[in-house]
Design a protein around this ligand. Structure first.
Ligand SMILES: NC(=O)c1ccc[n+]([C@@H]2O[C@H](COP(=O)([O-])OP(=O)(O)OC[C@H]3O[C@@H](n4cnc5c(N)ncnc54)[C@H](OP(=O)(O)O)[C@@H]3O)[C@@H](O)[C@H]2O)c1
Length: 329
C-alpha cells in the first residue's frame, strides 16, 4: 500500500486522534481528519500539527448521522481528486441511556455504520480509493460475545420470531431499534459492532481484487470519550472494576496501533474481524472464529439492510477504460 493519503474518521478525540498521530509518525504524506463540524476537524488538525510539528493534516467536516454531510464530504474529496490509500472508519460511540434516533430514524450507535457505508460507497463509486487501498472499520469485542453486560441479538432467531425469517428486515429493525426491539444501550452497541463485522465480510466480496477491508476492535482503552454517553453502571462500576485487573486496559496509542497493524494485512485476510483473544480486551489481535460471525446469510442480510437504510449501493463495475475520479452521483 502507498503511504500517500489516509483518511481517519472521528479524529477529534480518542483513538482516531491517536491513529492520526501514529500515521504521521509512519511517514504518511497527507492525513485527512474528520469531525462532525468543520471547526472541530480544524481544531484537531491544528492540534495534531502542533504535536507532530508537521502540516500534513487536512480537516474535513463529516457528520455520520446526516446523509447530506456525508454527501458533501464525498463531493469535497472528489473535487480534490486525490485517491485515498487508507480509509480508517473509526468514529463510533457507546449509546445513550435513553434511546436516541437520528433524523433518518437510525439508532445512535448504529448511525456511524450507515454514514461510513455512504462514505465508502461514495468513494468507491467515484474511483477515489487507490487500487490497493485498505479499509479498516472499528469493531469491538461484544460482537463476538462473552463480554459481561453486553449481549448481541441472535438475528436468525429474531428474524424467525418477528420477520417470517427475513434477516434483512431483522437487521433493519436493529439498525432502527424497532419494531420488536427492546432498547438496552449496551446490547444496541453489541449489535452495532456485530453488524459492522457482517458488513465488512460482505463488502470484502464486492471490493476490486487489490483492495481489502477488515473490522478491527481496538480493544479496551478507557482513557477516551467512548462511554461519555453510557449509563452509570458501565462508567462507574464495570470499567473501574475491569481497570483494576492487570492487562484489561491499554493506552489509546496501543489501541490505535491495532488499526495500523491491520492496514498492513494482505488481501487474503480481507473481510475478517480481528479482536483480542477470547476472554481478553487487550494484547495481540486475532481473526475471530465464532460461527455467528461467519454466517454468510447474516452477512448478506446486513449488507442489504445497510443499503436499504442508507439508500446507497455500489455502482456496477465499469470497464478499466472508464476508470478515474468522477463526480458523485
Ligand atoms: N475506547 C475503547 O475502549 C473502545 C473499545 C472498543 C471499540 N472502540 C471503538 O473505537 C472507536 C473510537 O472510540 P474512542 O474510544 O476513540 O471514542 P471517542 O474518544 O468518543 O472518539 C470517537 C470519535 O468518533 C466521533 N463520532 C462518533 N459518532 C459520530 C458520528 N455520528 N458522526 C461523526 N463523528 C462521530 C466522535 O466525535 P464527537 O466527539 O463529535 O462525538 C469522536 O471524534 C469507536 O468506534 C468505538 O466504538 C473503542
Amino acid at each position: 500500500m502507498e503511504r500517500s493519503t489516509a483518511l481517519v474518521t472521528g479524529a477529534t478525540s480518542g483513538l482516531g486522534h491517536a491513529a492520526a498521530r501514529l500515521l504521521a509518525g509512519e511517514g504518511w504524506r497527507e492525513i485527512i481528519v474528520t469531525g462532525r463540524r468543520l471547526a472541530g476537524a480544524q481544531q484537531a488538525a491544528a492540534q495534531l500539527a502542533a504535536e507532530n510539528k508537521t502540516v500534513i493534516f487536512t480537516p474535513l467536516a463529516l457528520d455520520l448521522d446526516t446523509p447530506s454531510s456525508v454527501q458533501s464530504a464525498v463531493a469535497e474529496l472528489v473535487k480534490r481528486g486525490q485517491p485515498i490509500d487508507f480509509l480508517l472508519l473509526n468514529a463510533g460511540l457507546v449509546p445513550f441511556k435513553q434511546r436516541v434516533l437520528t433524523e433518518a430514524g437510525v439508532e445512535s450507535s448504529q448511525a456511524p455504520l450507515i454514514g461510513h457505508h455512504q462514505l465508502t460507497v461514495g468513494l468507491l463509486n467515484s474511483n477515489l480509493l487507490s487500487l490497493n487501498a485498505r479499509i479498516v472499520i472499528a469493531g469491538a469485542e461484544p460482537a463476538r460475545g462473552g463480554v459481561p453486560m453486553f449481549k448481541y441479538t441472535d438475528v436468525p432467531a429474531f428474524a424467525a420470531k418477528n420477520h417470517q425469517g427475513d434477516r434483512t428486515a431483522a437487521v433493519e429493525a436493529l439498525l432502527r431499534n424497532g419494531p420488536n426491539v427492546k432498547y438496552v444501550p449496551n446490547n444496541a452497541y453489541a449489535d452495532a459492532k456485530l453488524i459492522i463485522a457482517w458488513w465488512t465480510a460482505a463488502l470484502a466480496r464486492r471490493l476490486p481484487s487489490g483492495m481489502a477491508v477488515y473490522a478491527v476492535s481496538p480493544g479496551a482503552a478507557t482513557d477516551t470519550k467512548v462511554v461519555r454517553s453510557a449509563g452509570l453502571a458501565l462508567r462507574y462500576l464495570f470499567i473501574p472494576i475491569v481497570n483494576l485487573i492487570p492487562g484489561m486496559n491499554q493506552t489509546p496509542e496501543t489501541a490505535a496501533r491495532r488499526y495500523i497493524q491491520a492496514s498492513k494485512f494482505g488481501t487474503d485476510l480481507s473481510g475478517q474481524f480481528f479482536a483480542s483473544a477470547k476472554g481478553k480486551f487487550t494484547g495481540p489481535i486475532e481473526a475471530q472464529r465464532q460461527p455467528h460471525l461467519h454466517d454468510r446469510a447474516s452477512q448478506e442480510a446486513a449488507w442489504q439492510a445497510v443499503v436499504k437504510v442508507s439508500g446507497v449501493d455500489l455502482s456496477p463495475v465499469k470497464p478499466a477504460s472508464q476508470s478515474g475520479p468522477k463526480p458523485p452521483v
